[in-house]
Design a protein around this ligand. Structure first.
Ligand code: CP
Length: 321
């Protein structure tokens, strides 16, 4: 693995290895007073975010620091991007400044892929590029942490049915999960108003539905998506009220789910819109488990890209680590 740009690039074996590696890192850190492994000592990891983030940016920073990397955070608002510097020049500058990995969030779909091309040269592969969310395209580490959470709660993804509900049109989380969960053997049903399903969804490895009440009794997990008003150019159809009534996960709908079904949300949540207040705090909701798993998944991704090969032993299992 040279970069992590899309879950569509991951085979079932590669994805499973990353999830296993994340659990090994979790085990290596459990019970330690000092959560510090030497794995990435001397390596420089930079986060470059052109959109807001809490979970992804912080968990990459924690992951890097727990592995002893030097972690540098670059935000567009305080960088020379604000003076008009192009994404290409910024990426090449950070590479020249010593980045071994660039973790990129950008509003343009394909931005991380572009950077991987711009920073590779004839004598230099360039830094590892990790897509931390590109427009409405992909958010691969989110899907990996969701898959890990589902695997821990359900035992296995194979043959499980997962509903991804809501604003699929604007969701990079939905696309990354649709591909990854399907690669790992789950059946994915996208549940959304017709206006919030993307053109081309027929080519995704999913089935689609517009009827949430009809789908809930048959799923093992339901993943609620945030309504991304910032990508709607001021328009919202259906209305926020109608959306909440038809696609919000409320207490009545929780009772339609099988008893052991779980509820995921990538965050940030809009309580009262796509998810009810009490649903978000229910023991069946995995929101904070997802955040915790996100740190370990991002440790695994950094390890695989900066250190590991398929045959390398994990530093999480190395004596003294
Ligand atoms: N799920 C997610 O990407 O959250 P942030 O936008 O807070 O990083």
């Amino acid at each position: 693995m040279r970069h992590l740009l899309s879950t569509q690039d991951l085979s079932a074996d590669e994805a499973t290895e990353l999830l296993d590696e994340a659990e090994r890192f979790e085990q290596a850190l459990t019970g330690r007073e000092v959560r510090k492994l030497p794995t990435l000592r001397g390596r420089t990891v930079m986060t470059v975010f052109y959109e807001n983030s809490t979970r992804t940016r912080v968990s990459f920073e924690v992951a890097g620091k727990w592995m002893s990397a030097d972690v540098i955070n670059v935000s567009a608002s305080s960088s020379s991007a604000g003076k008009g510097e192009s994404l290409r020049d910024t990426a090449k500058t950070l590479h020249a400044a010593g980045a071994d990995a660039l973790i990129v969030r950008h509003p343009a779909s394909g931005a991380a892929h572009q950077i991987a091309g711009w920073t590779a040269g004839p004598d230099d592969d360039g830094p590892a590029i990790i897509n931390a969310g590109d427009g409405t395209h992909e958010h691969p580490t989110q899907a990996l942490l969701d898959a890990l959470t589902l695997r821990q709660r359900l035992g296995s993804l194979n043959g499980r049915r997962v509903a991804i509900v809501g604003d699929v049109l604007h969701s990079r989380v939905a696309r990354s999960n649709a591909h990854l969960l399907s690669t790992l053997g789950a059946e994915v049903v996208l549940v959304a108003p017709p206006t919030l399903l993307p053109v081309g969804v027929a080519e995704w490895p999913v089935i689609t539905s517009n009827d949430l009440d009809a789908e809930l009794p048959a799923v093992d997990a339901v993943m609620m998506l945030r309504v991304q008003a910032e990508r709607m150019n001021g328009g919202f159809f259906p209305s926020a009220r109608e959306y909440s009534v038809r696609y919000g996960l409320n207490d009545r709908r929780m009772n339609l789910l099988p008893d052991d079904a779980v509820v995921l949300h990538p965050g940030p949540m809009l309580r009262g819109m796509e998810i009810g207040y009490s649903v978000a705090d229910s023991p069946r909701a995995t929101v904070l488990e997802q955040v915790r798993n996100g740190v370990h998944v991002r440790m695994a991704v950094l390890f695989r890209l900066l250190v590991g090969t398929d045959s390398a032993p994990s530093p999480a299992n190395t004596p003294g680590a």
